[in-house]
Design a protein around this ligand. Structure first.
Ligand SMILES: C[S@@+](CC[C@H](N)C(=O)[O-])C[C@H]1O[C@@H](n2cnc3c(N)ncnc32)[C@H](O)[C@@H]1O
Length: 254
């Protein structure tokens, strides 16, 4: 199935004339610096609580299928991997791997696959590095190294043993769900900060497709911008999901 994306989609937004930057919100400032707007350990998810929640939720389950939709340049997928290993330990985290991550934008997927993720520039880079350090409690070196290119650009370069835990592919979320079997049990679907690129009918279609795709004991996770600028939350509730005790996490029990 091929879905034609609406004028509200990410590609169309990218081609709009540049707007005067606004400094009224972090999102707009960072979005201006990194147009595909994402950063390590984005604070709209409580990473430690989420890892612990997954551990409890899937206790006794041998294999959990984890999807990271709209993964951008991979920062979200790498943050998830680091967080699961740090908070659950490598052995308990293993059943959540490999994470299947995808995004519409092929350039971002190439960056993600390379394992060398550019850090934000200037003062935002300091904030991002600090954010990573706080989340990793100063132990990030066993997952990646900071590298600086001759032109001064800085990257987080992930070790192969971390890179190999994620399968990145270029894909539109609608096609990706359509090509998979329905009613997949024990799945976790991160679908964060991307609903605002979809029209209302597309949002309704996505919620209904997620509901068909997710079988018993499955979880969908949203981002702050999905809740504030789209109908994602209410649509998931209409389509058989319930709010979990963790913020922005929706569960399908049966
Ligand atoms: C703001 S970023 C969000 C990145 C990350 N999920 C986060 O929360 O930080 C939005 C991403 O959604 C992707 N995207 C937009 N529409 C999509 C679609 N229909 N299918 C897959 N990815 C899409 C864009 O390419 C972009 O990388």
């Amino acid at each position: 199935m091929n879905i034609t994306l609406s004028p509200q989609s990410f590609y169309h937004k990218q081609n709009l004339p540049a707007q005067k930057p606004s400094f009224t919100s972090n999102y707009q400032v960072i979005n201006n610096r990194r147009p595909y707007c994402t950063y390590f350990f984005r604070e709209d998810l409580k990473w430690k609580s989420f890892a612990k929640y997954l551990e409890r939720r899937f206790k006794g389950t041998e294999k959990v299928n984890v999807y990271n939709a709209a993964c951008s340049d991979g920062t979200e997928s790498y943050a998830l991997i680091m967080s699961l290993i740090k908070h659950l330990g490598k052995e308990k985290a293993e059943k959540f791997f490999p994470v299947k991550a995808f995004d519409l934008n092929s350039q971002l997927i190439e960056i993600a696959k390379s394992g060398e993720i550019p850090l934000l520039s200037g003062i935002y880079r300091m904030a991002e590095s600090l954010f990573i350090k706080l989340n990793m409690m100063f132990k990030e070196d066993k997952y990646f190294k900071y590298v600086t290119q001759p032109d001064g650009k800085r990257f987080a370069k992930f070790d192969d043993n971390i890179k190999d835990l994620i399968e990145f592919r270029r894909s539109n979320i609608f096609n990706e769900i359509a090509r998979r079997n329905k009613n997949e049990e024990n799945s976790v679907f991160l679908c964060r900060n991307m609903w605002m690129y979809l029209t209302d009918p597309e949002q309704e279609k996505l919620a209904s497709m997620l509901s068909e795709f997710c079988g018993k004991n499955s979880v969908v996770v949203l981002g702050e911008y999905d809740l504030s600028t789209s109908k994602a939350g209410e649509l998931l509730l209409k389509n058989g999901f319930e709010e979990a005790y963790i913020d922005k996490v929706y569960e399908k029990m049966v």
